[in-house]
Write a protein that binds this ligand. Sequence first.
Ligand code: PLP
Length: 371
Amino acid sequence: MTGLPTVPDRARLIATHLGPVLEQMPDPSGGGTVTELERELASALGAEHVVAVSSGTAALHAGLSALGVGPGDEVLVPALSVVMTVAPLAALGARPVFVDSDVADLDLDYDDAARKVTPRTRAVLPVHLWGRMGDPAALTAFASAHGLAVIEDAAQAIGTVRDHRRAGTVGTVGCFSMKDGKVVWSGEGGFLVTRDPGISEHARASRSHWQPPPKGQAPQSRLATNTRLAAPLAAIARANLHLLDALVERRRAQTQRLLHALEGTPGLRPLVPSPGEEWNAYAPLLRLDLPRPRAFAEHLAERGVPNSTGSFRLVPCDTRPMFTDQPGAPCRGAAEILDHTLAVIVTESDTEPVLDHRADVIAREAAAWTG
Ligand SMILES: Cc1ncc(COP(=O)(O)O)c(C=O)c1O
């Protein structure tokens, strides 16, 4: 296997962006770096409006609030998600209604979603977990059939494209995280993208104590909080955004290298993208056909192979203690996916020897695993 593509001169790029911002600080106006970042993100993603905020969670909160989601509303969300997706909608007083996922392609189970629509349903919130993106045509057809807004959790999915639609740009709002470890990272940070100027104005106001206010409203005429993105973090994000293609290319090569090394290992099968999906390869994904697969993932985490279920104990959201009082059957597809998927955590700094070592550990432990 040939070597991994390198990310070109990142240190110089970061110095070029971060240095001037630091020199201008302190600057209570926040300077123009955040605006520059928003402009560059809009151009990179083909989005009309971008609002940068302090985290992906804040982006989801702003997006849901801008859609008018509030007390008594229901939002369809896959059980195959993380608490960070669900917390903002619960914080707004809305109720998450968990929808199952299709074991074959990880997409929303639209039959289950249709069964769960009620007169109180306001929106559907697909989560592009591990960078995998569902079918955009199915999503828009479902939403328009039921009159729902679409807010995408694309926190892990920058760079994924399906049927020429970029993850995060299919719905009314798309939300991204720039937490460390995401493909474009800034330590902490996030942003939302939208075609709707009203949503953008609302998000801009809500990140900074309702200032600047949406057109026709007075500044600070409504209570909000501070979820602004700090200028130095915006500078880091700009540097990484300039490397977007290289960062995605490296992630793809890393994933390919690890999966290639494990080809033919009994009990492990790579999960491949869907037809028409150009996956950002956020995390190498393997289906585990071994006894007690979740215990195996935990066992690997203890042996230095970080992974979603083993290291972070990722479970279907509908089984978390705060949601077990919800009516309806548990989402079995989501549980099946999480119990049987090894999602190896990768960052751009993982080198060939690191990846090869992880592949060796996975293969060796799988061969010895009796459950
Ligand atoms: C799928 C998903 N949604 C939401 C979030 C929340 O993003 P953040 O940690 O930036 O608040 C994350 C990241 O942690 C995530 O992976």
